[in-house]
Write a protein that binds this ligand. Structure first.
Ligand code: AMP
Length: 403
């Protein structure tokens, strides 16, 4: 296995004013265990790291020197991408060469474009090429489709999205159009295969995205089944933030002599400032949240709650208090989830209250704060939650309420 590994840091702006925190935060080096979770409180506290100039990543390639279609380059520019991110800089040439790839990448590293750009180029060269992209969540699949649409503008490339929670009929109809790209979640893909609406034997390009999340969600059997249906001669790309034993097993099944690219930079996103909010009186927890949300800097806030009911209740309470709040959780219909996400993305909501599962894979620009109103069940969930802020070179803040 060839290996290209390196580390990088994203930049951040220093916080100018610390005084607003003092009201809520006790001893910064918090000790002990938070309620409902076995995670040590001290693990919720960390300053964002200064960007060190010598570690700034200088790309070897730029989008315009890549040997790819001119309209595709124009679409990349129109999307506002000037400089490739580290994963893009390294992965795009490798994928263009037709090699298998093992990408170890944190959330927000730009991994979507790193596989979409070369795969679009491949499809442009041969319209018979078909690409299957498997994601853990509906939201991630929708984001990939959005990015694909932006990159493939005026290129006559068609895609189908195959996710649960939305009508089967439409998806079956789109699949009949023989799209080049099929993007879906494991359960719905399996369903469509069983109904003989999708045949994986034609897909000689496959991307498994956020594999660690798929494994967390218990999709291992579905993934193995999907891999077994792919043609033996194929190009396979595998993206995951971490590689567990189970993931290694999948890597062995999927990839052939892959190039490994790692852009992971530590176990917490470097550009997220993390702190705790000590709740002295549990009955005042909502007051503490209210006091934070009225502050000027809390412009776009993602709040995590543990249960669907709790999330719905919190979002209603915030609305009663005059905040522009919405919620996403497993009990909401897909169309409702999409509507709320759009409102949040376009800054028409200040806060979005979510459960862990509903928030997986969300890529929303400019989230200023992630608030863990309820503690995460695992440290892995914590890392995933706080990775929703501090994306694409921006600084973010994560606050965890502890009792
Ligand atoms: P991803 O890791 O693919 O979810 O991307 C994270 C965020 O970075 C998304 O909002 C992308 O639109 C953005 N992004 C990806 N690549 C670039 C780039 N080369 N320049 C600027 N923004 C980018």
């Amino acid at each position: 296995m060839q290996e290209k590994a390196f580390k990088f840091n994203y930049s951040f702006k220093n916080r100018k004013n610390n005084s607003s925190r003092k009201k809520f935060f006790g001893n910064k080096k918090g000790k002990g265990i938070s309620s409902n979770s076995d995670i040590e409180i001290s693990r919720y506290v960390r300053k964002a790291m200064e960007k060190t100039p010598e570690k700034e990543y200088i790309p070897k390639n730029n989008f315009f020197e890549l040997n790819i279609n001119t309209q595709l380059k124009q679409n990349i520019l129109n999307r506002g991408y000037i400089k490739p991110t580290p994963i893009q800089d390294q992965a795009i040439p490798v994928i263009l060469e037709g090699k298998d790839l093992l990408g170890i990448a944190n959330t927000g590293t730009g991994k979507t474009a790193s596989f979409l750009i070369p795969l679009i180029e491949k499809v442009l060269k041969d319209k018979n090429e078909k690409v299957l992209i498997i994601t853990p969540t509906r939201e991630l699949a929708l984001q990939i489709v959005d990015e694909l649409k932006a990159f493939s503008k005026s290129l006559n490339i068609y895609s189908a999205i195959c996710i649960g929670g939305s009508g089967l009929g439409n998806q079956i109809y789109t699949l009949k159009g023989n799209p080049n790209f099929v993007i879906g979640t494991p359960g719905r893909l399996k369903d469509l295969i069983n109904r003989r609406c999708l045949a994986l034997s034609k897909f000689s390009n496959v991307v498994l995205d956020e594999v660690d999340r798929m494994l967390d969600m218990g999709f291992v059997r579905e993934i193995k089944h999907l891999i077994s249906l792919l043609p033996a001669k194929r190009q396979s790309l595998f993206f995951s933030a971490t590689v567990s034993k189970e993931a290694e097993n999948l890597i062995g099944r999927l990839l052939t002599d892959p190039v490994k690219i790692s852009v992971k930079s530590g176990d917490t996103p470097n550009n997220v400032e993390q702190d705790v909010v000590r709740i002295k009186d549990k009955s005042k927890k909502i007051e503490n949240l209210h006091d934070l949300l009225i502050k000027e800097e809390f412009k776009k806030v993602l709040i995590f709650g543990r249960t669907k009911r709790g999330v719905e209740h919190l979002s209603n309470t915030l609305r009663e208090r005059g905040f522009k709040a919405g919620s996403i959780h497993g009990n909401k219909s897909q169309s409702n989830r999409e509507k709320v996400l759009k409102l949040f993305k376009t800054n028409q909501l200040q806060t979005l209250v979510a459960t862990d599962v509903a928030a997986r894979g969300l890529d929303i620009a400019d989230i200023t704060h992630v608030i863990n109103y309820d503690p995460p069940a695992t440290y892995d969930d914590y890392i995933h939650r706080i990775g929703r802020t501090g994306r694409a070179n921006k600084t973010g803040k994560a606050l965890t309420f502890v009792g």
